[in-house]
Design a binder for this molecule. Structure first.
Ligand SMILES: [Zn+2]
Length: 93
């Protein structure tokens, strides 16, 4: 159950967000998972390390929250896969 998360690579101003702590725009880097899905909007790191210092790593986030929406997203994904398999079986009949 261990996934790898990383800070989103810089791909232009649109890849930088408003920091939830100091509320400055385009200074906040969010974490993404292996598939490029964003974690919660509060999970990330602020560029203003000296003045703000906000850093909320995924590990900390998962410790804080057992009710994460990503889990339900994963369930939905596997459900769709199951539906696809059922459709395939129908075709084979
Ligand atoms: Zn900040």
């Amino acid at each position: 159950m261990s996934r790898r998360y990383k800070l989103e690579p810089y791909s232009g101003p649109q890849s930088r967000y408003r920091c939830p702590k100091c509320e400055k725009s385009r200074c906040f880097t969010r974490y993404i998972d292996e598939d490029g899905n964003y974690l919660n909007e509060t999970v990330g790191r602020c560029n203003h390390e000296s003045s703000c210092g906000y850093h909320y790593p995924p590990k900390q986030f998962f410790q804080d929250s057992t009710n994460y929406t990503y889990t339900s997203h994963e369930h939905k994904k596997s459900h769709n896969k199951m539906e696809q398999q059922i459709n395939t079986i129908d075709i084979l009949k």
